[in-house]
Every structure is written in structure tokens, then in C-alpha cells.
Design a protein around this ligand. Structure first.
Ligand code: DOR
Ligand code: ZN
Length: 334
């Protein structure tokens, strides 16, 4: 039987939530990935070393003995100062996450003006310490233009802090690719949903809240251009699922939470796409080598084997509707 062997896959953008949801979702990543960059948009936000270390402990507990490395990030809030960054560095926390205030789920504690002096001073210090800055890059303008409107901020940060590694998270708009290619300290993550779905999957038929996410899914052209970047395992891009679980009722009620739960099927969905486009030989680089190189991560001994056998995606997993629900994929976990 046809099979794929992946060594040491990494998910470089993941929402694990906290107890009790954490216990319901952690295993899907812990089983199939060596490590993941864990987002800090909890309530309260993870903006101190104590909160990050406490959260890490709860994650490890929820992983049930799986060999899994949670890479913790600190939320860039008003409270985050140089002292916190220094301690973070000392305990091995390498990432800070910048959310523009109000841009997405759990961004209420984010930054109102990214280019304020106070924020720039923090970022300069982050550069000195060799930390990595992960950014949700969206303005508060028209939904389909938000990412492109944020480009000037990336340019300003990338040129002001040339030694600071900056990650353009969940890149969704084809116009953003040239920007990532232009600045040597700019890198990006790509999600499974932005390379396989488009806005019509949200609003083209009946309204589908389960495909509502931030940044919003874009045009078929954007999807196809992004897909080619992934299929070629472009050296500045790594896989970051942005798997963002919300209970079904919170997606279907009037508030319509943004986020797509993809963790349980992320590697299967990627295998499907890479197989369909005859690029399976690049999957390992996209899910592992690129991340190892960009983020300076170790190659772990974890091996994940996929076999060519159909997987039926369930309607719900622990009260959460997963990506591709009701469809089947042609790959399974061995
Ligand atoms: O769709 C999203 N959901 N985008 C984000 O940036 C945050 C995430 C979440 O936390 O639910
Ligand atoms: Zn996210």
C-alpha cells in the first residue's frame, strides 16, 4: 500500500485553548506533530513568564505522555515589558505574538498602534535577545483588504529591525508573497484552509460558519497561488495550521466565532493536496525542514506514517466541527 513517512512534523501556529477544551484537542496535535507554536490568546492573555510556564505544564499534562514539544509564545500586551522578555529568554521562551487590538478572536488585549514608540522599544529589545516576532497582520479596514493594508507595518518593522525574525502568520492574500520574498528577515506560515478553500466555501452557498476564520478566506486565485507556494515548499514558508477550535454552538450562534478546527486532519489534508498535485516529495520540507531551519528547531525522532486509505471526516469531534466535515480524504494515519 502506498505510504508517506513524515519525520518530525511541526505545526508553527496552533490554538490549544485552556482547560477544559485543551484536554479535548491537545492529543490531535501531540500525536502527529513533534512540536507546535502555541498561541497565547487566552483569557487572560498569556503575557507573563509565569502564565506561559503554567500553561505549558497544563498542555503537557493534556498530551497524555505523547512526545510533544509545546513552543510557548508571549502575548504582546500593554503589560509586556523588557523585564518579562529577559526572563522569557532565560527560561527558553523564544516567541512573542503581536495582535492588532480587535483584529481577531482573543485580540482585545492587543496593540492599538503597532508603530508606537513603546512597542518599538519592546521590539528592539526582542531583536537584541534574538526572540522571534509572530504577527497577525491585518488592519481594521474592509475584510478582503485587511492583510494588504497591513503591509506597510511589516515593511517598517522589517527595515527598522533587520536582525529581528518576523513571521507573517497565516498568509492569505497572494499580494503578500512578494513582501515576504523581499525582506530577508520576513518569513510566513500557511494554513491548510487558506491553501484549500476560498470565500465561496463560507458564503457561496448557504452561510457556512465553520469556514469563517480570520484572516477571511480569499479568492480562488489567492488560494491557488498560496497552494503553489506550499506545494513547492518555498523556503520562507512553513506549515502553521492555525487550528482554532470553537464549540459548535459558538460557531453557529449569532456571535459566529472565527476559527477552523483542522488539527486532527491537518497532515491528511496536506497529503491529499500534495498527492493530487504530484508534489508528495515536497511535503516533508513543508511540514518539517522549513520550520527546523527558520525557527532553529531540532529534528525529533517522531515518525508519522500515512497510508493511502480513505478517512471519513466526522460531523463533530468532542463538540467541535472539524475542517472538511462530511467529506472523505484519501489518506489515513497508519
Ligand atoms: O480564525 C481565527 N481564529 N483567527 C485567529 O487569528 C484567531 C483564531 C482563534 O483564536 O479562534
Ligand atoms: Zn491563530
Amino acid at each position: 500500500m502506498e505510504k508517506i513517512i513524515l519525520q518530525s512534523p511541526y505545526d508553527m501556529h496552533l490554538h490549544l485553548r485552556d482547560t477544559p477544551l485543551l484536554e479535548k484537542v491537545a492529543k490531535y496535535t501531540a500525536q502527529y506533530f513533534s512540536g507546535a507554536l502555541v498561541m497565547p490568546n487566552l483569557n487572560p492573555p498569556v503575557d507573563s513568564v509565569e502564565l506561559a510556564l503554567g500553561y505549558k505544564e497544563r498542555i503537557l499534562k493534556a498530551c497524555n505522555g505523547n512526545d510533544f514539544m509545546p513552543l510557548m509564545s508571549l502575548y504582546l500586551t500593554e503589560r509586556l515589558d523588557k523585564g518579562v522578555l529577559k526572563r522569557a529568554k532565560e527560561v527558553g521562551i523564544k516567541f512573542i505574538k503581536l495582535y492588532p487590538k480587535g483584529a481577531t478572536t482573543g485580540s482585545e488585549s492587543g496593540v492599538s498602534r503597532v508603530l508606537d514608540d513603546k512597542i518599538l522599544q519592546i521590539l528592539e529589545y526582542a531583536q537584541d535577545l534574538g526572540l522571534i516576532l509572530s504577527i497577525h497582520g491585518e488592519s481594521n479596514g474592509f475584510s478582503m483588504e485587511r492583510e494588504a493594508e497591513f503591509h506597510p507595518v511589516f515593511v517598517e518593522l522589517a527595515t527598522t529591525f533587520p536582525q529581528l525574525k518576523i513571521i507573517f502568520e497565516h498568509l492569505s492574500d497572494a499580494r503578500s508573497i512578494a513582501l515576504v520574498e523581499k525582506y530577508s528577515n520576513l518569513f510566513a506560515t500557511l494554513t491548510l484552509h487558506h491553501i484549500s478553500l476560498c470565500l465561496d466555501d463560507v458564503i457561496g452557498g448557504g452561510l457556512n460558519p465553520h469556514y469563517f476564520c480570520k484572516p477571511i478566506l480569499k479568492t480562488p486565485k489567492d488560494r491557488d497561488v498560496l497552494l503553489q507556494i506550499a506545494l513547492n515548499a518555498h523556503c520562507k514558508f512553513s506549515f502553521g495550521s492555525d487550528s482554532a477550535p470553537h464549540l459548535r454552538e459558538n460557531k453557529e450562534n449569532a456571535k459566529g466565532a472565527a476559527g477552523i478546527f483542522s488539527a486532527p486532519f491537518a497532515l491528511l489534508g496536506l497529503a491529499e493536496l500534495f498527492d493530487k498535485h504530484n508534489q508528495l516529495e515536497n511535503l516533508q520540507a513543508f511540514v518539517s525542514e522549513n520550520a527546523q531551519r527558520i525557527y532553529d528547531l531540532p529534528k525529533s525522532s517522531k515518525i508519522v506514517t500515512l497510508i493511502k486509505k480513505a478517512t471519513q471526516i466526522p460531523q463533530e469531534i468532542n463538540g467541535i466541527v472539524p475542517i472538511f466535515t462530511g467529506n472523505s480524504l484519501s489518506w489515513s494515519y497508519a
